[in-house]
Design a protein around this ligand. Structure first.
Ligand code: ADP
Length: 401
């Protein structure tokens, strides 16, 4: 039997097919630019001899309904999923589970209604996730479907860390609080770190740094998240590709009054025009790193601001945890940027953090230890795998039912 994982975004559908028994990957696909004339679909899968093969399609994909159909056709054409009866379950990534979901759940009408209710908290993401769920359920009504929430791992964060210092009724009436995101990735790499260190996760304090286009840090005590940098929305915290992360909220009132920017313009400014892009005009860390190496001063500044914010969060979470055993770097930047890792660990030797700068420049697909022999804190680069984690959690829910 097989497990299918779907990550349905507003204009894309990512999917991965796993063998249920060992969760090895049978096929990975992506349908992009849904609703756009330039949409395209691709599917990678190993042929019986193990060689990587690829199917592509360039016909327009009008909507998510058609995207699911294209996915089913491509999986069938590749021979990896001939019939949906081969599916033991389907796992759906859902961005916002609010306070309702602390763990993955089997999807039924009540769960769908609850995800729908959370749309105001994630207006871009939850509707797209729901669309994927609804269309899939029409096609595979008898297959168990599971929702895996980005926010669920952070539901263990205590009240003093998730509440903002705002009038309390805003929490009671409008659910204004920290939720946190990237939970699937944080929990996956934390478990991997514990396994690598050969210690029960219950005995470890871990800081996980998920650094991709979006970026967040998490403080994990004994396997439970006690704080995270993203807040009510994914805008708070670290500097990101195009998002500002933390800033003085009064800047918004000031800009509103002085520049006449309205709410939507301010929203777009902070989410789409800020972060690395705001500082140096580029949001891709690879391009920024190359430019910095060639002496571009704005690129260097962007890199320095990004890494300094990261360092502050490492310090804050060491304090929140009362000491840390391991720091994990993951996500496109965390896994690949030796420069960001070096800059964010620089000067933290008195806190027990000693980077081995030679090892830090090594590249490998598996877990990489980058701390020096005398480092009290383990520094690890761990590739994240959110699809695998969703498949694992989906299987757990199916097996429990
Ligand atoms: P997403 O959040 O969209 O999943 P990723 O986790 O793929 O993003 O991370 C994308 C980021 O990783 C981009 O800023 C990209 O430039 C950066 N990145 C990828 N490879 C490298 C590299 N070799 N060096 C520096 N940055 C890299």
């Amino acid at each position: 039997m097989k497990i299918l994982v779907l990550n349905s975004g507003s204009s894309s559908l990512k999917f991965q097919l796993f063998i249920k028994e060992d969760l090895s990957v049978l096929a990975s696909g992506l349908i992009e630019q849904i609703g756009n004339s330039s949409s395209g679909a691709s599917l990678s899968f190993p042929d019986p001899s193990g060689l990587e093969k690829k199917l592509t399609r360039n016909d327009p994909v009008a909507d998510h309904r058609q995207a699911i159909k294209v996915m089913a056709e491509m999986l069938q054409e590749s021979g990896t999923l001939v019939d949906t009866s081969e599916l033991a379950g389907i796992g759906h990534r859902v961005v916002h589970g609010g306070e309702a979901f602390h763990q993955p759940v089997r999807i039924d009408d009540t769960v769908i209604a609850a995800i729908e209710e959370l749309v105001p908290l994630a207006p871009l993401h939850n509707p797209a996730n729901l669309m994927g769920i609804r269309v899939t359920m029409e096609h595979t009504a008898n297959t168990p479907q599971v929702a895996v929430f980005d926010t669920a791992f952070h539901q263990s964060i205590p009240e003093h860390a998730y509440l903002y210092a705002l009038p309390y009724n805003l929490y009671e009436e409008h659910k204004v609080r920290r939720y946190g995101f990237h939970g699937t990735s944080h929990s996956f790499v934390a478990r991997r770190a514990a396994a690598h260190l050969k210690k029960p996760i219950a005995e470890l304090n871990i800081i996980t740094l998920h650094l991709g286009n979006g970026a967040s840090a998490a403080a994990i005590c004994g396997g439970k998240c006690i704080d995270t940098s993203m807040g009510m929305t994914p805008l708070e915290g670290l500097v990101m590709g195009t998002r500002s992360g933390d800033l003085d909220p009064a800047i918004l009132f000031y800009l509103g009054r002085e520049s006449g920017l309205d709410m939507d313009e301010l929203d777009s400014l902070l989410n789409k025009e800020s972060g690395l892009k705001g500082i140096c005009g580029e949001n891709d860390m690879r391009t920024i790193s190359q430019a910095a190496e060639q002496g571009d001063s704005q690129a260097k500044l962007a890199l320095t601001i990004f890494s300094y914010r990261l360092k502050k969060y490492i310090g804050a979470y060491m304090a929140a945890l009362g000491g840390v055993d391991a720091i994990v770097f993951t996500g496109g930047i965390g896994e690949n940027s030796a420069m960001v890792r070096e800059l964010s660990c620089q000067g933290l030797e008195r806190l027990g953090i000693h980077l081995d700068t030679e090892r830090n420049r090594l590249r490998q697909k598996e877990i990489l230890e980058i701390h020096a022999a005398d480092s009290r804190v383990s520094l690890l680069v761990i590739p994240t795998d959110e699809e695998y984690e969703i498949a694992r959690q989906t299987l757990q829910v199916i097996n429990k039912d």
